[in-house]
Design a protein around this ligand. Structure first.
Ligand SMILES: N=c1c2ncn([C@@H]3O[C@H](COP(=O)(O)OP(=O)(O)OP(=O)(O)O)[C@@H](O)[C@H]3O)c2ncn1[C@@H]1O[C@H](COP(=O)(O)O)[C@@H](O)[C@H]1O
Length: 99
């Protein structure tokens, strides 16, 4: 089976990091990273998108599951950047669990 191209995850991570380093007003990522509620705003979004993903799975609508899961993964990536966690660190943890 051909390997899936997952480079979008690294690209997105780099864009989010760039937004953290160079804040701009019309950026959704910056609005999360610099929110007055601090990390709680990002956690709210992770929670919301988790629930929306669960509801999508319950609805058995594949397109909706993909859409909501993408929202969830995106907001998780914002959370990683906010907490200084790299994708390498996540990959390393997952590799450790590989049987
Ligand atoms: N992948 C995404 C992405 N996925 C989802 N979203 C945003 O995440 C939000 C999803 O939340 P909701 O569905 O609850 O929508 P909402 O009603 O706007 O949410 P709230 O009003 O409650 O905050 C929407 O505003 C989407 O636009 C994203 N925003 C940005 N990106 C990527 O991040 C990059 C940088 O974005 P900016 O920082 O905006 O330039 C972009 O080039 C994209 O590649």
């Amino acid at each position: 089976m051909p390997e899936t191209d997952l480079s979008i995850f690294n690209e997105l991570y780099d864009i989010i990091t760039e937004r953290k380093e160079n804040p701009s007003e019309d950026s959704y990522v910056c609005s999360l990273l610099n929110h007055r509620k601090g990390i709680n705003k990002i956690l709210e979004k992770v929670g919301e998108e988790s629930i929306e993903t669960i509801l999508a799975v319950k609805s058995e609508d594949k397109e909706e599951i993909i859409y909501e899961s993408s929202d969830l993964l995106f907001h998780l990536m914002v959370m990683f950047v906010a907490k200084g966690i790299t994708l390498d660190e996540i990959a390393t943890e997952l590799k450790k669990r590989r049987k």
